[in-house]
Write a protein that binds this ligand. Structure first.
Ligand SMILES: *Cc1c(COP(=O)(O)O)cnc(C)c1O
Length: 367
């Protein structure tokens, strides 16, 4: 049996016809830039998240960057970020001229909110909590630290579309929030795309300007903006997919339950954190941890099972961030996660038979 780490085939097969007919309409009308499908997506995605506004942009990194810039974060400012995240979270901070200040993970993999307060200095202007692997962060603590210190909160919801924290959608709790529709995300486009969500009319207005050359009236430029509009064709794809998101997330939750029941107590495995009451994690990734990660990965690969590592090296130890002067040992929990984490196959369309086979092989390894 072959089990890929991720496959988009089941989703694409489901949506293909509807998408192609939308593309035909777009081609006929030449409605390529900020077309009607984009407006429809922005209104449906803000309704889905229960936010007042949504702004479609080019990708997740741009969404983060524009969100920070809309909040006037720039040169000389410090922004608190998780040590344990995809590097895009940090890069957005660097791109606006601010400095990422990492905070270590807790055992769930998410930012350790008990360490937040101590990371705040007189230069701190914002916090970017990341709902890593689709697991909601403790937003109550994030929001209360931010309120005390008057900080902007930008949720990085790239891995958590449809997740819920205390009954609210993640990506609707921070002041302005960013997400990515990179194809393999839970809500993936047919290429690059991203979005910003907010309830603030001021931040919305500023982000709208930033996304399109700082201009709301053609050839009138109020600020120096970017070019980061979501393509109408990507929006059309996302419109066909958004109505399936809950169903697709439920599929992942069902597979995750199967993994968690089957793998409980096996070897030295650490399984994903349990979902707290009134929350919903949507398993963008199903990550396990073991001291024998590399050996296990090879073993599974020989059995036809593809896995992933999220992430092999954290941003503070990457060459790109050498200038910040961090060294091994600075963020021990994050480093331990990087050395031991393994992501099992997880996607809409993965069958119970396939997941059962993954578990059987995993048990065999530890026997
Ligand atoms: C994917 C991802 C991003 C960046 O999204 P792109 O669309 O690839 O730019 C940002 N943050 C996190 C946590 C991600 O997983």
């Amino acid at each position: 049996m072959k089990v890929p780490f991720v496959s988009l085939k089941a989703t694409t097969d489901e949506l293909k016809e509807q998408f192609l007919s939308k593309v035909e309409g777009i081609l006929e009308k030449g409605d390529f830039i900020t077309g009607s499908e984009l407006k429809l997506f922005e209104s449906d995605y803000s309704a889905y998240n229960n936010t007042s506004f949504c702004i479609g942009v080019n990708n997740g990194l741009d969404a983060l960057k524009i969100a920070l810039k809309a909040g006037d974060i720039g040169n000389g400012d410090e922004v608190i970020v998780p040590a344990n995240t995809f590097i895009a979270t940090w890069l957005a901070v660097s791109e606006v001229g601010a400095t990422p200040i990492p905070v270590d993970a807790d055992e769930t993999g998410n930012i350790n909110v008990d360490l937040l307060q101590a990371a705040v200095t007189s230069k701190t202007k914002a916090i970017i909590p990341v709902h890593l692997y689709g697991l909601p962060c403790n937003m109550d603590v994030v929001m209360s630290v931010a309120a005390n210190k008057n900080l902007l909160v930008v949720e990085d919801n790239a891995q958590a579309q449809g997740a819920r924290y205390n009954g609210k959608k993640t990506g609707s709790i921070g002041h302005i929030n960013a997400t990515s529709f990179y194809p393999s995300k839970n809500l993936g486009a047919a290429g690059d795309a991203g979005a910003i969500t907010t309830n603030s009319v001021e931040l919305y207005g500023k982000a709208m300007l930033l996304r399109s050359y700082g201009s709301s009236v053609k050839y009138v430029h109020e600020i120096a903006g970017y070019n980061s509009r979501m393509d109408t064709i990507q929006a059309a794809f996302l419109n066909t997919k958004l109505s399936k998101l809950d169903e697709h997330n439920n599929w992942r939750i069902r597979i995750a339950k199967l993994y968690s029941v089957e793998l409980k107590g096996i070897g030295d495995l650490i399984l994903p954190a349990e979902t707290l009451p009134d929350c919903r994690q949507i398993y963008h990734l199903y990550t396990i941890r073991t001291q024998q990660r590399d050996k296990l990965r090879n073993y599974l690969s020989e059995a036809g099972i593809e896995t992933g590592i999220h992430y092999p090296l954290s941003p503070h130890l990457q060459q790109a961030y050498q200038h910040l002067g961090y060294k091994k040992g600075d963020f021990p929990v994050t480093e331990r996660i990087c050395e031991t984490t393994l992501s099992l196959p997880m996607y809409y369309g993965l069958t119970e038979e396939q997941a059962g086979y993954v578990c059987k092989k995993l048990k065999g390894f530890f026997m």
